[in-house]
Design a protein around this ligand. Structure first.
Ligand SMILES: [Zn+2]
Length: 312
């Protein structure tokens, strides 16, 4: 009898875990029947399994968009993940900020794929990787544009990416200081690249996913003061690989996401994701998907329902 009870309990626990892991959700708060287990794959967001860095593929059915390219040491992984995803061209390459774990693979992307346009935070950087891709883009005649709050990118098929950060004011101040410094050979603007990350909302019908780059608490605080009414999203791209510097409770409460996707390397030396961030996600009762544990993570949505599946 005891044994039977044990099995019954195990079954209940397994079912609960399965339900949590399956991630078949409604984008709204409606109580639609989600038992079919599929969402029409009109739009697909893939968090590529690229070790310690970010690289996220957005396929809208009309355009292929890559957000970040992971690190220099992870180029092989990026190449194989893009191959696995059957990518033949990249219409838009969005680079959140000029840190190596986000722009380290740009050269591989520019070498292997035709790229339509490159978008970054519009600021000047002394990072060699940044200087190299600006040069490569010029050589290949790929337009490079800076993104700032208020910009809306059309990703085709009714999908948009609305930029919330950096502000035009920040871009202008930093660029002015850097240009002046270049002329006078003085030190330029004191950049804080994580907190200059391109932050925005991917929208498709009633589905919203929030992209953060490596933005930290100060950006979250700023957005709470300027954009609280538009922060709502069902899915969050974990800021800064789940570092404790971001994912503050106030921010999570305002957004109220159901699921969070974390890109981080297995056994990484930074301790990403951090326990504090995970604790906050747990307090918010969010489902957590991690590339270090789940491998490549694929989200598909028809603009109403969405499904998230980890490779493992
Ligand atoms: Zn990073």
């Amino acid at each position: 009898m005891k044994k039977l009870m044990y099995f019954a309990m195990l079954t209940v626990i397994s079912c609960a875990l399965l339900l949590a892991g399956c991630g078949n959700k409604s984008a709204g708060n409606s109580s639609e029947d989600l038992s079919t287990g599929t969402a029409e794959a009109a739009v697909k967001v893939t968090m590529l399994n690229v070790g310690q860095g970010d690289a996220i593929l957005v396929e809208t059915g009309s355009q292929t968009v890559l957000i970040d390219t992971s690190d220099v040491d992870e180029r092989k992984k990026l190449e194989s993940e893009l191959k696995k995803a059957n990518v033949s061209k990249i219409d838009k390459l969005i680079l959140s900020h000029p840190h190596a774990d986000h722009i380290g693979g740009v050269d591989v992307v520019l070498k292997n794929y035709p790229v339509g346009e490159i978008y970054d935070n519009g600021m000047i950087s002394t990072n060699k990787l940044f200087i190299n891709y600006v040069k490569a883009a010029k050589e290949q005649n790929i337009p490079r544009k800076g993104l700032k709050a208020g910009d809306v990118l059309d990703l085709g098929n009714g999908v948009t990416f609305k930029v919330l950060y950096p502000t035009a004011e920040l871009v202008e101040t930093a660029t002015k200081a850097d240009k002046e410094a270049a002329e006078t050979k003085k030190k330029g603007y004191k950049h804080d690249p994580n907190n200059e990350s391109v932050v925005g909302i991917l929208n498709y019908k009633s589905f919203n996913m929030f992209f953060t780059g490596d933005a930290e608490g100060p950006v979250e605080k700023k957005l709470l003061s300027t954009d609280k009414d538009v922060l709502s999203a069902q899915v969050l791209k974990s800021p800064h690989h789940g570092s404790k510097t971001g994912s503050t409770m106030n921010f999570l409460k305002a957004m109220n996401p159901k699921d969070v996707l974390i890109s981080c390397g297995e056994g990484n030396s930074y301790g990403h994701p951090n326990d504090e961030a995970l604790q906050n996600y747990s307090e918010m009762k969010m489902n957590v998907y991690r590339t270090d544990l789940n491998g490549t993570i694929v989200l598909t949505t028809d603009g109403k329902k969405y499904i998230i599946k980890g490779e493992k």
